[in-house]
Design a protein around this ligand. Structure first.
Ligand SMILES: N[C@@H](CCC(=O)N[C@@H](CS)C(=O)NCC(=O)O)C(=O)O
Length: 229
């Protein structure tokens, strides 16, 4: 299998697709297409990207595009237990949370683009952004208390899985933009950022040096220039 991703620093959808590939434990290669490079702009770099967007998974000559489709495909291929909780109550909530994440939270996503190389200590979230954050905190709290806690494992539904993958870029945003959250969400964000797959992606993102200004937000501080509080 091969997964095509965009810049690790910026492409939150690529992070989801790539985490799904890692979580599958199946062998795969990663191919990075530099966003907004001349090839990207001309369309040449997108020749094998059916929707013109990353991520795309190629398997046995078939393209699976869109992070959610990649996750579903890999759950079918690698086994649903690696992605979804078994209990049907838990599974219903996990599906609903992933779907809401996939189609919602536009204010948070547009005001706080993923940028792993910077943080934004003076970022002032709008009411709409904070409404998204509160909704996400409530979802995490429900999953963690109803289903995560009893398993003794620290993820939303016990074992690391699809919901943790779908919300991983929200964790990076809460961290990068210093968005105020309660202790449960804050501890969960730290766990996700420290997860070995997420840590591997972040370490590689910090090495990237591609010109890309599309998602610039004022007040960016390079994380290597100023130590995080
Ligand atoms: N819903 C899609 C969204 C994918 C998406 O929007 N990817 C962005 C990069 S993060 C992209 O490739 N945009 C096309 C472009 O920048 O030209 C998914 O879940 O994969």
């Amino acid at each position: 299998m091969k997964i095509i991703i965009g810049n690790r620093n910026y492409s939150s959808w690529s992070l989801r697709g790539w985490l799904a590939a890692k979580q599958s434990l199946l062998p795969f290669e990663t191919e990075l297409r530099v966003m907004d490079s001349p090839d990207w702009i001309s369309g040449e770099a997108k020749a094998d990207m059916p929707s013109g967007k990353v991520p795309v998974l190629w398997d046995h000559g078939e393209a699976i595009w869109d992070s959610m489709a990649i996750l579903m495909y890999l759950a079918d291929k690698a086994g649903h237990d690696r992605f979804w909780p078994r209990d049907m109550h838990a599974r219903g909530l996990a599906y609903a949370m992933c779907a809401e994440m996939h189609s919602g939270f536009a204010p948070l996503r547009s005001a706080c683009p993923m940028d792993l190389q910077h943080h934004f200590p003076r970022f002032a979230p709008s009411d709409a952004v904070m409404a998204d954050v509160r909704r996400i905190e409530a979802l995490w709290e429900e999953a963690l208390t109803r289903f995560g806690a009893e398993t003794g494992e620290p993820w939303l539904f016990g074992r690391f899985g699809a919901a943790d993958i779908m919300f991983a870029p929200v964790c990076t945003r809460i961290d990068s933009y210093h968005l105020p959250v309660g202790p449960t969400a804050s501890a969960y964000v730290t766990r996700v950022l420290d997860h070995p797959f997420v840590a591997e992606w972040r370490a590689e993102a910090l090495q990237e040096d591609y010109p890309f200004t599309r998602y610039d937000v004022p007040g960016a501080v390079n994380i290597s220039q100023e130590k995080r509080p």
